[in-house]
Write a protein that binds this ligand. Structure first.
Ligand code: ADP
Ligand code: ASP
Ligand code: MG
Length: 819
């Protein structure tokens, strides 16, 4: 015996009904079959809307009309197949159901009241209508299904809208259908059973799955098939997480937890009856019958990941009972939950602080008010005595759960879960973990749900990680960065990293696009965008979108932007910067940056602050982390000055060399930052601070490359016009030194004595003499690297290497393996 349940979309129109008939006919060739059908999709909602409208005294004609039209439309399309006589009797059958509906709605309208019993009866009309049509179609194909009336076989008690089936009695009633010689093909409407008097008892929304499971248990079926509109149970709701994938297998327990915590694909109670009798369940797609779907069994193979799937249950309220007088009082929890049971409120999740001063639990939002009232009554005395001071509810919440048998005894799963929630700035109202360690749930704001779900999914399964890049500054480095991102994006995507540039700003304009700005025409986009204050735009975008891994990238040399990093971190952004102004600013700001980053768990990365993409900061951090003591750092830290000095050695006048360096974009926007040594001084300061020295920029001894009597003030153009005045003297100095076998190098150093920056004549045999043409070279003398220092050398200037260094920092935010 096989029980096949067809959901709303699977019987959604004439074409779909034909598909169902085909599937059932094929199965019948193999075994006896019980078909269980839902209402045509949308019909149950329509019936409930009609009942509500009638109760409120509103017109119901159009809703009633739609009930008839939808079904008549399907019948009309099947007419040719059905034949004259069957068509007529089917139309009569439908008219009878339609008048039953009309009568019920009239009654509700007159009384302005719709009792649960009436509502249950009315809700079941959709399943009855669908089965009427399906039955006629099967008959027309010569299959003769035996119509099973659920009110006769599924015996229920309790709330007519959330009925409790009585399984023993139900099994007894199914006996004639179960026994050998019983009907070979049966058809039963899902969603409801009946009470002892045969009145309709609904199994709750989505209850046809449960009907089918009850039938499967009562019929000793060898397989229960749930035919729906997706390829099985997915790792998460595919509507909310596009990367979710169908699971080939899950255990009964996993399926139960997923369904219980909101995976709509199965009614939460479906699995229990099947599991009790060891009946395997298959969830499959009626649109793609060849897809194997998901097998739910006792012996599901352990998953590759500890987490099998994620579920999301919206519409939840957290109820909290608190008071110092609860501490150590036995029986408090029992009384809390007894009061919920008496009020017929089901509790979704429970947490209790170890101080025992408060008990919190989640209920459906619709039950929250009654839950509070029930607690107020139950704890009236304690409230009067001041032992209980809070009974409150928090609405608008959702439960996000990770589920998997593989989570048992696995360390770090909860860590990944909660850190993923932190990534997206999601605060957690309560946490629960079942003692089976099969699920961990976090109660979060419902509005945070979809993006949190998608992000947690990415972290748990290593599916596509989205990195949202917000860029300030589109000059040489920023522009080059966009070029490199554009070029690398496809390769990164192939490795599961979706690097999107969501905001691009220059000092005046801001372009944004959450799905990513197309990088082939970012310039036009930016030019066409409206004016805006870039800093506000970054913060607002981050706060509004709360993306998973947003990184602010500073490719400006603006002091204002550098000062704003803490506020950007507070808004949820990681910060990657090529701008030295933040790390070279006031010590207090330097500290604040680090404190804010750690408080908000944001990364702050600045490898390009010294030596462009050369691994300077990282190397230094590693030396210190592993316990080395750095005694001295020195080197050529300015690619621009090394380029300029290189040219002067070839006889090029200084002013011309500066011009060439500017053309090649090797200098800072204002080359005086380089020539004065300020830029090198900043780098030396950053290195010194990296070594733990509390120094300010003013404490760096600085010797400008320009003579002290030269007026270097005023607008840039004026300065450049005056610069040739120094050429002759500079050239003389270079030549004199050359005669002595020496060259000029602009050297920065951090020693125990302090930080020094300036022109140093070095013999041609000195290692630094060979460093020119835009190169940087750094030597670290430490306890371990002594007497031979650790040396890093290579191009340390130019937009391409700097942008590459920035991109490398951005990619450090990604967890998974990269190309
Ligand atoms: P039916 O009408 O067939 O009973 P439902 O709409 O009740 O179908 O359930 C199927 C839907 O459940 C899917 O279309 C999907 O959007 C949703 N869903 C939610 N969570 C999951 C999940 N983990 N796996 C698959 N589908 C899910
Ligand atoms: N038709 C009912 C509902 O929409 C039952 C079901 O689809 O399982 O809730
Ligand atoms: Mg369903």
């Amino acid at each position: 015996m096989r029980v096949m349940k067809f959901g709303g979309t699977s019987v959604g129109n004439a074409e779909r009904m034909r598909g169902v008939a085909d599937l059932a006919a094929a199965a019948r060739k193999e075994t006896r079959v019980m078909m269980v059908a839902s209402a045509v999709s949308g019909i149950t909602n329509l019936l409930l809307d009609a009942a509500r409208a009638a109760q409120e005294g509103q017109p119901v004609e159009s809703l009633h009309g739609r009930f008839e039209d939808v079904h008549r439309g399907i019948i009309r399309e099947l007419a040719a197949e059905l034949g004259e006589a069957r068509l007529r009797s089917l139309e009569e059958g439908l008219s009878t159901l339609a008048s039953e509906l009309r009568g019920l709605l009239q009654g509700v309208g007159l009384l302005r009241e719709c009792s649960p019993s009436v509502l249950a009866h009315l809700s079941g009309l959709g399943e009855r209508a669908a089965c009427l049509i399906l039955g006629a179609l099967m008959h027309a194909r010569g299959l003769e299904p035996h119509a099973v009336e659920p009110r006769d076989v599924i015996l229920c008690a309790g709330d007519p809208l959330q009925a409790t089936p009585l399984q023993e009695e139900t099994r007894a009633r199914f006996t004639p259908l179960r026994e050998a010689g019983g009907p070979g093909l049966m058809l039963m409407p899902g969603f409801f059973g009946g009470d002892t008097r045969g009145k309709t008892m609904c199994l709750g929304r989505g209850g046809s799955d449960y009907s089918a499971a009850l039938a499967a248990a009562a019929l000793d079926a060898e397989l229960l098939e749930i035919w729906t509109d997706v390829d099985g149970i997915f790792s998460a709701d595919p509507r909310l997480v596009p990367e979710a994938f169908p699971l080939p297998e899950v255990s009964f327990e996993e399926a139960m937890e997923l369904a219980y915590f909101g995976a709509k694909v199965l009614h939460p109670k479906t699995i229990a009856p099947a599991r009790e009798r060891g009946i395997p369940v298959r969830v499959c797609n009626s649109f793609r019958p060849d897809h194997p779907g998901t097998r739910v069994t006792d012996d599901a193979a352990p998953p590759e990941h500890p987490v099998r799937g994620l579920s999301f249950l919206p519409g939840i309220a957290l109820v909290n009972l608190g008071g110092a007088g609860l501490k150590g009082v036995p029986g408090t929890a029992a009384r809390v939950f007894e009061s919920m049971a008496l009020a017929n409120i089901s509790v979704v999740l429970i947490t209790q602080g170890s101080s025992e001063c408060s008990i919190s639990f989640c209920v459906q939002q619709a039950d929250a008010e009654r839950a509070v009232q029930a607690l107020e009554v139950a704890f009236e005395m304690e409230r009067a005595a001041g032992k209980v001071d809070t009974i409150e509810q928090q609405r608008g919440l959702a439960v996000l759960s990770i589920v998997g048998d593989g989570m048992r005894h696995r360390v770090g799963v909860a860590g990944t879960f909660f850190s993923a929630l932190a990534d997206v700035g999601c605060s957690i109202a309560a946490i629960a973990q079942g003692s089976s360690e099969r699920s961990i749930s976090a109660v979060i704001a419902e509005t945070d749900g979809p993006r949190a779900l998608a992000h947690v999914h990415g972290r748990c399964f290593g599916t596509t990680e989205v990195v949202e890049l917000l860029l300030a500054g589109v000059g040489s480095v920023g522009g080059e960065l966009l070029k490199q991102v554009h070029q690398q994006a496809p390769k990164l995507r192939a490795h599961g990293v979706d690097l999107r540039v969501c905001v691009i700003a220059n000092s005046k304009r801001v372009a944004t696009a959450s799905e990513g700005i197309p990088l082939e025409d970012w310039k036009q986009r930016l030019a066409a965008s409206s004016d805006g204050a870039p800093l506000d735009a970054f913060r607002d975008w981050a706060r509004a979108k709360r993306p998973g891994r947003p990184v602010f990238v500073d490719c400006t040399s603006s002091e204002d932007i550098a000062l704003a990093y803490p506020s950007l971190m507070e808004a949820g952004l990681h910060v990657v910067t090529a701008n030295k102004k933040a790390n070279a600013g006031q010590w207090s700001h330097y500290r604040k940056l680090r404190e804010t980053a750690s408080r908000h768990q944001r990364r702050f990365l600045y490898e390009t602050n010294v030596g462009a993409a050369l691994p300077v900061i990282d190397t230094l951090k590693n030396m210190l982390r592993t316990g080395d003591r750095v005694l001295r750092v020195e080197g050529i830290l300015s690619g621009s000055l090394s380029f300029i000095l290189g040219l002067t050695e070839e006889g090029v006048p200084l002013s011309q060399a500066v011009g060439t360096a500017m053309e090649k974009r090797f200098t800072e926007p204002d080359p005086r930052d380089d020539l004065h040594g300020t830029d090198v001084a900043r780098k030396v300061l950053i290195l010194a601070r990296e070594l733990g020295r509390q120094v300010e920029l003013e404490q760096v001894t600085l010797d400008s490359l320009l003579p002290s009597d030269f007026d270097a003030t005023g607008p840039l153009d004026d300065f450049l016009a005056r610069l040739p005045q120094v050429d002759a003297a500079f050239q003389r100095r270079v030549e004199t030194l050359r005669a002595e076998g020496k060259v000029l190098r602009y050297v920065g150093s951090v020693t125990e004595d302090g930080c020094i920056v300036g022109l140093v004549p070095v013999p041609l045999t000195h290692p630094l003499a060979a460093v020119k043409g835009g190169e940087n070279a750094l030597s670290f003398t430490s306890e371990r690297y002594s007497p031979t220092p650790l040396v890093i050398r290579g191009y340390g200037a130019g937009a391409a290497v700097t942008a590459a260094g920035v991109l490398a920092d951005v990619l450090r935010l990604v967890d998974g393996p990269l190309p």
